[in-house]
Design a binder for this molecule. Structure first.
Ligand SMILES: [Zn+2]
Length: 158
């Protein structure tokens, strides 16, 4: 059995996925698709062909320097798959859903930080009330915590 460098490169006789789908002769060393669309991954080319069209994909690949083509093809495949899953928003749907999650988590984090400051402030107050001057005096950061807790509480209305 002959290995062919990790299975990415096709043998001289087998056409790339693009040429196979477009039913044309694949000249491996001249075919612009061959390095990026191996014959054993037909779904990759099928997706980009369906969404962007083979001639546009060809044009986009050729407009780029060779070292950037692999990444460009990966992103086209990703975008094409996203567009097929979500024909309205495509990648934007994923981005905006993640953005929404970030906003939600940032709000939760701010609330948790405010609660923490509130608890620190309560601890500080009870230390003063119980006359535990050592605890209060040993926590100089409590002074700024009280101030920021107050600010945060007024912002969040807690
Ligand atoms: Zn080809």
């Amino acid at each position: 059995m002959k290995e062919n460098g990790g299975g990415r490169k096709q043998g001289a006789t087998s056409p790339c996925a693009a040429c196979k789908l477009l039913r044309r002769r694949c000249t491996q060393d001249q075919c612009v698709f061959a390095p990026y669309f191996p014959g054993d991954e037909p779904h990759k080319f099928a997706s980009v062909h369906k969404v962007f069209g083979a001639s546009n994909v060809n044009k986009m690949i050729q407009e780029l320097p060779e070292y950037q083509r692999g990444d460009a093809v990966s992103s086209m495949v990703y975008e094409a798959n996203a567009r097929m899953k979500d024909p309205i928003y495509g990648c934007v749907g994923t981005i905006s859903s993640l953005q929404h999650q970030i906003d939600l988590l940032q709000t939760q984090l701010a609330i948790a930080q405010a609660e923490l400051l509130h608890m620190k402030m309560q601890q500080f107050s009870s230390a003063i009330l119980s006359g535990d001057a050592v605890t209060a005096a040993n926590s100089p950061e409590n002074v700024s915590s009280v101030i920021s807790a107050h600010a945060v509480r007024s912002v969040f209305g807690i």
